[in-house]
Design a protein around this ligand. Sequence first.
Ligand code: B1M
Length: 214
Amino acid sequence: MDRTKQISEAIVQLKWDEIAALTNETLEAGIPALEIIDRGLVLGMSAVGIKFRDGEVFLPELLLSAKTMKTALEILLPILSQQGTGFIGRVIIGTVSGDLHDIGKKIVTSMLQGNGFEVMDLGVDVDPERFMEAVRDNDVQILGLSALLTSTMPMMEATIKALEKAGLRQKVKVMVGGASVTQAYADQIGADGYGADAVAAVEKARALISAQSP
Ligand code: B1M
């Protein structure tokens, strides 16, 4: 079986105790970390998400699949974050209020770090006030907001409004992303950028910084 397919199957079959060895073997076979994530882990996690939506698996399985994915990411994310390019800019990132999903945000963070960005990760369930304070108190160019639930996406707009209210909207470019977020939604809430995945997020962050440079 194709090695990335084996990784994806390991997520679906919840092989949390085998995933570390499998990930190391796949790296040793010369498959790049990002390919293992995109063609292995993310595909497996999407399949679990569909099974959950369709009532074929339940919360315990969802938690175990996340644990399996996180175990593999502990090996892979340090590789992504060490690609080493010159300093480009500073980013504050977090998952919005009410939302505990952080796997995708961590991948985006590592990719940004590996591509010249210093990233301050505020974690999950971050309310608009906390984002606003972090922007106010730090020298940053980009604020990144992640949301996976349709019910928490409105907190992105609430955060942008909090920045406006505090007179800080011009200080940072706001980039949004997460499974349910789209470019149309980003435009609707007045965000400056949208990233469909971690690679797109890095490209958008670079473009936002270039647009800011005199
Ligand atoms: Co949740 N969950 N979950 N879950 N979960 C989803 C999102 C869901 C779509 C599953 C489904 O029903 N098919 C569904 C949401 C439905 C909806 O809102 N429309 C759902 C639900 C309902 C829930 C709960 C409500 C379940 C419950 O309790 N009954 C609950 C909510 C908890 C909460 O947040 N308050 C819940 C809980 C959980 C777990 C804790 C068990 C676990 C999360 C563990 C963790 O993150 N620490 C979990 C998981 C694992 C998922 C799925 C299966 C996978 C998410 C994931 O990690 N994907 C998910 C189904 C799915 O998305 N297909 C699902 C892999 C990751 C690499 O992709 O996060 O999309 P993603 O990130 C990508 C891009 O989106 C983008 O780049 C990343 C890398 O490519 N990106 C950005 C992300 N952030 C970005 C920011 C950017 C730019 C790009 O700029 C700043």
